[in-house]
Design a protein around this ligand. Structure first.
Ligand code: NDP
Length: 310
């Protein structure tokens, strides 16, 4: 029997996904009709992109689940009309992309690459960079992405700690949790990587108080979400030298407004929410697997805890 899948996303995204989604569903043996428009009462699954126009889920009485195309669910998790199971995106390409962005941007700062790239011709000032063994990294958030980044950094030789809501055990990583764990994690953070979800509990995790806990001259990388940082507190900490550099991929408003001080601050690197893309060829497989599970009466993968907000 064929299932009806509503692809609730822009036409541009649909043209990117149409082929991979059909292939992925066929590969798991699910016969499906997929379209960007469908009578709500006929829909079995909703594939949801966060910039979709769909806001009222009330008429989708037959649907079994909403399958979010992105890892972050802040655009949909609080929707009061949504009473269906909500699954988020986890796929190996998303994880790999984040590992590459995080390790690449840490190594840029750690090795002092900019000094050589920007040096005037003829500059010959050899200075050995520190070793990873002598450098402490803290990853806030030890979920799918944070745990993979922490592990990769540990394998590169960094002294890595991580912080999460519930206690964790990850080989090579000092795992901390709870409010006291955050302070301890930051006190030893030469580098702090934010890979927390955006929820009411994580807003302004880095604020004037917590930034002051970090060693002077610490560096911050935020591929998580803009609201995790109090922007004004970060700018103040950069100006005093408490924080040496911030590499930011996510912002409270995106695109980052042209007049935002982050654009021109000499100690800030802005990347335009590119840390890790949801790629059609890989994410379609996660969606297809969840539809296969739904049809087989098995539990969905990567379900969101609506109470916790992620
Ligand atoms: P997960 O849900 O797998 O992991 C989230 C982690 O954060 C978990 O370890 C969780 O703890 C921890 N956490 C949540 N709330 C708290 C809290 N209040 N206190 C302490 N720890 C907390 O998410 P992912 O790793 O898949 O993704 C993380 C985020 O990365 C996404 O939500 C998204 O915002 C961002 N992202 C950014 C991308 C980009 O291109 N810039 C691309 C993809 C994702 P616990 O383990 O105990 O539940």
């Amino acid at each position: 029997m064929s299932v009806n899948v509503l692809f609730a996303a822009s036409e541009a995204r649909w043209s990117e996904y149409e082929g991979p989604m059909r292939d992925a569903l066929a590969a798991v043996g699910v016969e499906a009709h997929i379209a960007t428009d469908m009578a709500p009462g006929d829909v079995d699954y909703i594939v949801y992109a966060p910039n979709s126009d769909l806001q009222d889920f009330t008429p989708y009485t037959r649907a079994k689940a909403v399958l979010n195309l992105w890892a972050g669910v802040e655009a949909i998790v609080g929707n009061p009309t949504l009473h269906l199971p909500l699954a988020r995106m986890v796929d190996p390409a998303l994880t790999q992309g984040m590992v590459e962005w995080v390790t690449g941007h840490i190594l840029r700062l750690h090795l002092g690459m900019d000094a050589h790239i920007n040096a005037a011709p003829g500059t010959w000032k050899p200075k050995a960079p520190p070793l990873a063994f002598d450098t402490r990294v803290t990853v806030l958030g030890l979920g799918e992405l944070g745990a993979a980044c922490a592990t990769a950094l540990s394998q590169l030789g960094f002294d890595v700690a991580g912080w999460s809501r519930s206690p964790k055990e990850i080989s090579g990583v000092t795992c901390l949790s709870g409010p006291d764990g955050l302070d301890e994690a930051l006190q030893r953070a030469d580098y702090c990587v934010l890979l927390l979800p955006s929820t009411s509990a994580t807003e302004n995790t880095l604020n004037a108080r917590t930034l002051a806990l970090m060693p002077k001259g610490a560096r911050i990388l935020n591929p998580g979400r803009g609201p995790l940082i109090d922007d004004d507190a970060l700018l103040a900490a950069l100006d005093t030298g408490q924080i040496d550099h911030a590499t930011l991929d996510t912002f409270r408003i995106e695109p980052l407004p042209a007049d935002h001080p982050f654009w021109t601050h000499p100690k800030v690197t802005v990347t335009p929410h590119v840390a890790s893309e949801t790629r059609a060829a890989y994410s379609s497989k996660t969606i297809a697997e969840n539809i296969r599970r739904g049809e087989a009466g098995r539990p969905f993968l990567y379900l969101v805890d609506r109470q916790a907000g992620y």
